[in-house]
Design a protein around this ligand. Sequence first.
Ligand SMILES: *Cc1c(COP(=O)(O)O)cnc(C)c1O
Length: 651
Amino acid sequence: MHAKDPMLPVQPSLAGNDRHTLAACFLGPYGENDTLLERLVVEFLRDHVYWRRNFHPEDPPAIATAAAQHPDYLAFEARMRRELHQLSAALKRSVPFHSPRYIGHMASDLLLPGLAAQMLTLPYNPNNVSEDAAPVTVDLEVQVGLQLARMLGYPHDPAQAACAFGHLTSGGTLANYQALRLALSLKAFPLALRAAQVPDLELPADDWSAFNLRADEAIALLETWQRWLAAQGPAERARWSAAVEAQRVEQRGLAGFFAAHPDLRVPRVLAPVTAHYSWSKGVKLLGLGRDQLLAVPTRGMRLDVDAFDAILERCARRREPVLLAVAVLGSTEYGTVDPIDGVLAARERSRARGLDFAVHVDAAWGGYLVTLFRNADGSLRTRAQVAAEFARFPTPAVHAALVALGDTDSATIDPHKLGYLPYGTGAFVCRDHRAMALLAERADYVFHTETPTDYLARYRGLGQFIPEGSKSGAAAAAVYVTHKVLPLHHAEFGRLPRATVLAAEAFYARALRFAEEQAGRLHALVPFAPDSNLVCLALNPHGNRMPARANAFMRRLHDALRADPHQPLQTKEFFGSVTSLPPDLLGADEAARIFGTLGLDMAAGEPLIILRHTLMNPYLLDRENGISYIDRYFDFLARCSATLIPGMPVA
Ligand SMILES: *Cc1c(COP(=O)(O)O)cnc(C)c1O
């Protein structure tokens, strides 16, 4: 149908074995692997039915064999079919995430192992709230936590006391909230011990230093307290555990807790200006309020460590405690990676000033990029080893950020983004699971001797540690099976991010050529050289100096690039998304550079609308047919801009 595109980008390309494995990974843009998925679905549906029949085969069928001939049965079936057909027809208006023409939001095709595992688990309907309702999948969820912990570089051997722990959430939003909840619980606990005046324990001298214990010190204190409590007789144990419980922030609430500690101010949460809006939701949900969320300035949309240092220094000076600092691994809008190593180094400096806090990595988007940096044995790859596969990835800054991950306190990763899994799979992972005891709904640290000490047995009561209650065991099965089929290191799962980072590099190279080709018609600029597989593009019709006019142009371009439920899907050539660049968030230098290159005057506060491309489809560079959807997209952009700018000659 299409002639072969004259040239694919001259760039490092996917090795043959990557290509052949990738061929089996997805249903495919054309549904190429339909028979494979169909065979799996039918095979495991039958398998499920045998399971039902073999439970008590002596029980006779409860539904009469002849029931299917009854008019009411037939009428029900007809109604069901009619509604399903209508649903199926309506769903044809869905966004075509599977297509390499879709480069909009953070969604793409689904990995077959995950999709098949989810479909096969659904009829068993396990509820991962606890092992009573999910004897199999709750273990799989805890294993997923360990798989992700290993990928991040956290201790992942449950036989070790300080093993990490992770669980799934509905998404990154709730995982971020869980990070806030855990950080508050751990920071506030030493104050409860002080307030209860527990004897024999070596407690910090004042509330400020109690709140500013390092996480490992706070966990050690928790353990000492647990041992002390276990050594008491039953009556003393009950009395002291009740006394401490009464002082905990979980019991008193923020208002009561901080009223009881008048010397301690309500803590801040620090997040870069690029942080996802789930952080705003999180501080509201926790009851801290948005006033406590401080935006850390960025440079090139990456957290500015000097500015961060200055904020920490000011907080220490004013004795404003900090609960948690967020570093973003793959910002939602620009794909940029914060200097996680720099954030950790700044925390070291801050500790010397008596101010300590949790460092959480929001890797909802970029988490799976870490697979590119891991060997099968779990060791890290050097920058040179990773770089050999790419044109410019990873920058030294990105490499340094990713190898520092293991020293952070917790992380959010969304398997439903770069893990190519169905929705309902965010993940929270903390580096030391022992703090989780403080989140338990049933104060299980009190009943230390009765709570299973075995790691797996303990987390089979998952519901008491997580924000949710009932939750999908099928989702956990999907993530687990996917990580088993494609282990989280560069030679296996890494095939996927490798394909997408290569696509992003091809996109970047093409965008630079596009800017040259369009000279005299359009100013085109990639505002930030991509750190990952998300690339933005700013455009301004030549000769225009007004940001408002550039934005009007971009909005019309976006109209051509977004799903329109009133038109057949096929009328769209490509799907993209937009974001904005607020000059005040850019900082003066960056804003001057970007507006200047685009030939725009800086209107006060007017944010600039730019195109945002999520390049996660593994078939953007279709080597089978020699087609680059990236080249085609830029051809489309050239055509589309030409029609939007009256009097502009067609390229
Ligand atoms: C997507 C995203 C989130 C929110 O995740 P959901 O799964 O949509 O709840 C949080 N942080 C970052 C950086 C993200 O990209």
